[in-house]
Design a protein. Structure first.
Length: 129
């Protein structure tokens, strides 16, 4: 592929991510209060990590092989400030940019999303065996 086409593709991908994240950032707390972890994940995470956590090409990372690094508490800390967490987690040193979870997601909903992500990791690990 020629360099201009690669650059154009990268710009389109970045704009798509920005539009998706910007739209997700406009939701108020009530948009998440009664949603399941899976519904919130679909709304905020699946556009990069995929519905099953296997990642979409050129976007977020896969969850396969990552379960050993995460507890509910560590995942919640990461979701709140991914860049700060990455500085103390060597396994994330080469990971792509991850935005913090939408600040409007209430604590109880964050717990549901973290549990859903951990469940996806567990499912991927079980399928691997």
């Amino acid at each position: 592929m020629s360099r201009p086409k690669q650059q154009r593709g990268a710009v389109i991908a970045a704009l798509s991510l920005w539009v998706g994240l910007s739209a997700a950032g406009c939701d108020g707390a009530s948009a998440y209060a009664d949603r399941s972890g899976e519904e919130i994940y679909t709304r905020l995470c699946a556009h990069c990590h995929g519905d099953s956590g296997r990642a979409l090409q050129g976007r977020g990372g896969t969850y396969l092989g990552k379960r050993k690094y995460w507890t509910r508490e560590s995942l919640l800390e990461y979701l709140d400030d991914p860049q700060a967490y990455k500085r103390k987690a060597p396994h994330l040193s080469k990971s792509k940019y991850m935005p913090p979870i939408n600040r409007n997601v209430p604590e109880a909903a964050r717990l549901r999303v973290a549990d859903h992500v951990l469940g996806l990791m567990d499912t991927l690990e079980a399928a691997r065996r």
